[in-house]
Write a protein that binds this ligand. Structure first.
Ligand SMILES: NC(=O)c1ccc[n+]([C@@H]2O[C@H](COP(=O)([O-])OP(=O)(O)OC[C@H]3O[C@@H](n4cnc5c(N)ncnc54)[C@H](OP(=O)(O)O)[C@@H]3O)[C@@H](O)[C@H]2O)c1
Length: 235
């Protein structure tokens, strides 16, 4: 298997790289990082610097890739040093909104556009992006977090739309949105005090659970939103 992991330097992405690198049957992992240098070396892993907001860089990177069996996009943001998710519409900042869109939604569209040729081999394949349950419109009961929720909802719509297109043109590919559950990473750290005791997952727990979901997906299940525990979530 040849696997691409985008955001392999993040809490969840790095753990995907670590666990998959030692998996029998995995030949090569193409892992990307942006500001955090490659966290470790492994003979199966090649690291590439990639700013996912730079479409020309994605195009150049894609040109050097061969066939892909899995792509896992683990890039994302919830806060930056200046700003966190909004509690009220009064806190909405257009620049922060667009930053959420450019890191949580747009990368999947660009990856699909430029990596599509790498999935034409006909073998069952997976194109997955880490979304978040808070991006579910149906499941939104608490409100708040306008920019993050809206960007993950846009991501989800993109994945669903891509699944419909690829059912016609790339029927071997399962397109999936994944909810990891609240996981102990830099992204969730400022919000962990609100997590009920015992519910904060280690990255290893999350990734093993998500791998269990991915291992059991078939192309007939394309275009769905999966939680780490295998539950199918409403869009
Ligand atoms: N942790 C949770 O509880 C939780 C819950 C629900 C959903 N999620 C989702 O899970 C995904 C992974 O989150 P995480 O918790 O692992 O967060 P994280 O540790 O903060 O990792 C974020 C990743 O995004 C990458 N990234 C940021 N800007 C980038 C850019 N311009 N170009 C390329 N890569 C960029 C980072 O790369 P560098 O560090 O190299 O810059 C890093 O690899 C996100 O989509 C997040 O929304 C997480």
């Amino acid at each position: 298997m040849n696997i691409a992991i985008i955001g392999g330097s993040g809490g969840i992405g790095r753990t995907f790289v670590e666990i998959l690198a030692d998996r029998p049957g995995v030949d090569a992992i193409h892992a990307t990082y942006n500001r955090t240098p490659p966290p470790f070396e492994h003979p199966a892993v090649s690291w590439h610097s990639l700013d996912i907001t730079d479409e020309a860089a994605i195009r150049r990177w894609a040109q050097n890739l061969g066939e892909l069996d899995w792509l896992i996009n683990a890039v994302g943001m919830l806060h930056d040093p200046e700003q966190g998710p909004e509690k009220s519409i009064r806190h909405l900042d257009p620049a922060f909104f667009m930053q959420n869109m450019s890191l949580n939604a747009l990368p999947m569209f660009l990856l699909a556009r430029h990596l599509q040729p790498h999935f034409t081999h006909g073998r069952p394949a997976i194109f997955a992006t880490i979304s978040a349950k808070v991006g579910s419109i149906e499941d939104n009961r608490l409100g708040g977090w306008y920019s993050y929720r809206a960007s993950k909802a846009a991501l989800n719509m993109g994945l669903k739309t891509l699944a419909i297109e690829w059912q016609r043109t790339l029927p071997n590919v399962t397109v999936a949105a994944l909810h990891p559950g609240t996981t102990d990473t830099a992204l969730s750290r400022p919000f962990q005090r609100h997590v009920p005791p015992g519910q904060l997952q280690s990255p290893a727990y999350t990734v093993n659970a998500l791998l269990n979901v991915l291992d059991n997906l078939t192309p007939e299940q394309t275009g769905k939103f999966w939680a780490f525990d295998g539950e199918q979530l409403p869009w």
